[in-house]
Design a binder for this molecule. Sequence first.
Ligand code: WQD
Length: 397
Amino acid sequence: MDRVEGTSEPHREWKTIFVTGGAGYIGSHCILTLLEAGYTVVTVDNFTNAVGIVKDGHSCVAPSIQRVEQITGKKVIFHHCDLLDKKKLSEVFAEQKIDCVIHFAAMKAVGESMQVPFLYYKNNIMGTINLLEVMAENNCHEFVFSSSCTVYGDPGDALPITEEHPTGGVTNVYGRTKFFIEEMLKDIYNADKRWNIVLLRYFNPVGAHPSGIIGEDPTKPFANLMPYMAQVAIGTKPSLTIFGTDYETEDGTGVRDYIHIMDLAEGHVAALSKLKREPSLGLKAYNLGTGKGVTVLQLVHTFERVTGTTLTLDLKDRREGDIVAMYADPSLAEKELGWTAKRSIEEMCRDFWKWQTQNPTGYRGDVSHMIPAAKSNLSESATVSLTNGNHSAVNGH
Ligand code: WQD
């Protein structure tokens, strides 16, 4: 076996990547970059937070995946599967040799997580345990975990934040599931050194593929700034609430590190390459951010300038659980993954707006004609636009 140049590490040919949550916002954009990098992709999704249709109990349609195939001209092997259904997960996973797993599937609404903690711990943590067990049963120990900057809790003034910053001071259930999974992965690696794991800690992913063909279309109620702002701009929501204008920041509003979804997706291909090159990497965390802090009002004004729209703003009190500021020191990913975020705030706004204006109802239009014959996961708000009086989409899979 030949060696990776300059190391004693064996060169490994990887072909097939298993992606969980592939129909979702981050998952679909990542699958696109994996296909363009020449990988074969097998993906599963339970449509909890992605538009999808399950027909007569088995065949299913995932518009975001279909559109990724349209953009790339390549096929994706897709299965409708819940990670809590370990039997089905095992069957799907064993269908072909999997070289590495990228794990996105998780519930991620901070506010919702405080209302239904059982659901979040069961779905996010039990789902991950099932996945890791199935991987081990198939002798696959290469793992990229979709983690989050929320594991750092409130950094205070320790900004820009590095991977060395202590984790665990998390103030919400969603963030705690990410933190607990990171700790579980450390224990698993310490017990069995065959595991080779990268933890990718995302900051605030926004934007869409520049074609405008795929983008963010959550089926669950959402509260994130960029999608909410776009809904106000297209008129489906009356105004944008600015949560807090009295923070000790440049303009009194919260500071975040917004990163273009395509930069984030490319970070995953870079992480795969790192694992492929270094079979004894062990377990390593990397921040995927731009390193630039942007205030809410700076993002709003950039969005208005780029899109030529004017948003109605409601200046309100701080949102419970919000931290003042969070932005990354991304230098470790640059040094060790050879990755940096390249796209600007303007490009994030431009690309999101193209997606939003080309798809005012997201992916729903792709499946609305199929609703009477199939179960779907469209949330109540989504079915309002599809209900034709004698039926409405039913939740469930
Ligand atoms: C951003 C800023 C709000 C909505 C997200 C994800 C979390 C994690 C980190 C990946 C804050 C303000 C928002 C609105 C507003 N990512 N805001 N009006 O809270 O940073 O967390 O990124 O794991 O999963 O949730 O993102 O977009 O909700 O808020 O003023 O209508 O925008 O106060 O300052 P947040 P967000």
